[in-house]
Design a protein around this ligand. Structure first.
Ligand SMILES: [Fe+2]
Length: 252
């Protein structure tokens, strides 16, 4: 996908979200715009030039990049965007250094897993939850009608846990942590993930309501770790899995 289609969403009166799919790994990218101040958060930019053009067209005054995690397909556009927009702030969790992240960033969160801190921008305020398992310092953003879930929580499953720095038990704890938080939010809030995979009913949406997701996503349904660990989408046997095993062996 090449960002041809940009979806404009208004999950709350104060927030506009632009969503598009970019790159050969079909990354979903999001721009969260504060409607009153015209400042924005850019999540996981895959293409710096693409987003720089959008930011100019939308007359955005200032951009903060937030990285849900540091995998290459979520950070690929950061340097290019920074070169085109040198005053951009870049936020990431410091635990991403455990999997080799060396920047660039301008601010590192340091709160422990399964806790959250606040992120203010413009007139908006988001909860930044540390939700490891896919990577050590993965974060999930919650506020103003949206859940930005990166590669922690997809619409019909969760992210893989076998890559370098991943951990299945932590992912289970993250799902339980998110379940507790998300079930207290209005059911019409939407979840915006970092990729999409077809649901069991073969639909392949780019976002879902919380109400639907909490009823149907097997990863986040209340369950034991034993049940969780047997979920079919958490079994891996591909070249990425092999590479991660070699990386782990080298670091021990
Ligand atoms: Fe990832």
């Amino acid at each position: 996908m090449d960002g041809e289609n940009i979806l404009k969403l208004n999950p709350s009166p104060e927030l506009t979200v632009l969503q598009t799919e970019l790159g050969s790994w079909d990354n979903l990218n999001h721009l969260l715009i504060c409607n009153t101040t015209r400042t924005a958060i850019l999540i996981d930019p895959f293409d710096g030039q693409f987003w720089s053009n959008i930011v100019e067209k939308e007359d955005i005054k200032a951009v903060t990049i937030v990285l849900t995690h540091s995998h290459w397909d979520h950070t690929r556009g950061v340097v290019e965007f920074l070169n085109l927009n040198p005053n951009t702030e870049i936020y990431v969790h410091q635990l991403e250094s455990e999997r080799g992240w060396k920047g660039p960033d301008t601010y590192q969160w340091s709160h422990p897993p399964f806790t959250f801190v606040s992120l203010n921008f413009g007139d908006l305020n988001f909860e930044v939850h540390c939700t490891p398992g896919h990577t050590p310092g993965h974060i999930t953003l919650i506020g103003h009608g949206v859940v930005i879930s990166g590669d922690c929580l997809f619409l019909g499953r969760c992210g893989r846990t076998d890559l370098y720095g991943g951990d299945m038990y932590s992912m289970w704890e993250s799902q339980m942590h998110l379940h507790l938080r998300l079930q207290k939010l209005p059911g019409n809030w939407i979840v915006l993930p970092g990729h999409r995979y077809p649901l069991n009913d073969e639909n392949n949406p780019t976002y879902l309501s919380l109400e639907y997701l909490l009823k149907n996503n097997p990863a986040i349904k209340k369950q034991s770790f034993d049940e969780f660990s047997k979920l079919e989408f958490l079994q891996f046997d591909d070249s990425l899995s092999e590479k991660a095993k070699r990386q782990k062996a080298r670091s021990e």
